[in-house]
Design a binder for this molecule. Structure first.
Ligand SMILES: [Zn+2]
Length: 195
């Protein structure tokens, strides 16, 4: 694959293209990419008119940190009935416990008083669709450098969540380990299953 060059972009949409998508529906990957920032700034103009969070404290009220996958189908606040100001939400691809997640948790616990960690992994994760070696080889063939970081691919989300819990339990930097629980969110029905 090569990057799309400006000359590749047609001046006019091809005649076969479907009508412009509804603004409520995110563009499909096979449709021409449209940057979002301008539209989102309009949303923010609306948001500030009803903004009611100015008095929230910096420290999360529930003394809770959640580590979750970045998957766009998971609304962490909504699925857990959380409100703004109640928890730290730390997200990356897979919800993997990486050095940077540890960094955030150290700050969350030592500086901002959290005492509980909840992990949220899920079914049908993008990291299940690739394998570490093949994807790295693909990247290396394209850019000439093999990634030195782990992609953290996995096959079973339950095993993967257990791995993340183990990493937390064995980290010398995580101060509070008495309340660590892990869950797999089923994207088919929205239910959390404890690991
Ligand atoms: Zn995921």
């Amino acid at each position: 694959m090569r990057a799309t060059l400006p000359s590749d972009v047609p001046d006019d949409p091809p005649e076969t293209s479907s009508p412009e998508p509804s603004r409520k529906v995110a563009p499909m990957s096979d449709q021409p990419f449209q940057p979002n920032a301008d539209e989102l700034l309009l949303h923010n103009d609306h948001y500030v008119q009803h903004y009611a969070d100015a008095d929230l404290a910096l420290r999360p009220r529930r003394q809770l940190a959640i580590v979750a996958c970045m998957d766009s189908r998971m609304d962490i606040f909504q699925m857990l009935g959380l409100e703004h100001g109640e928890a730290h939400i730390i997200r990356n691809a897979g919800g993997v416990v990486t050095d940077d997640v540890i960094r955030s948790l150290v700050l969350s616990q030592r500086l901002l008083g959290t005492r509980e960690i909840i992990l949220v992994h899920h079914t049908n994760c993008g990291l299940q669709a690739i394998t570490e070696d093949a994807f790295k080889a693909e990247i290396e063939a394209e850019v000439g450098i093999k990634p030195w970081w782990a992609l953290e691919c996995f096959t079973d989300p339950y095993t993967d969540t257990r791995q993340s819990i183990n990493r937390l339990q064995h980290s010398p930097f995580v101060l509070h380990k008495d309340h660590i629980r892990g869950f797999v969110y089923d994207v088919a029905d929205g239910r959390l299953h404890e690991v």
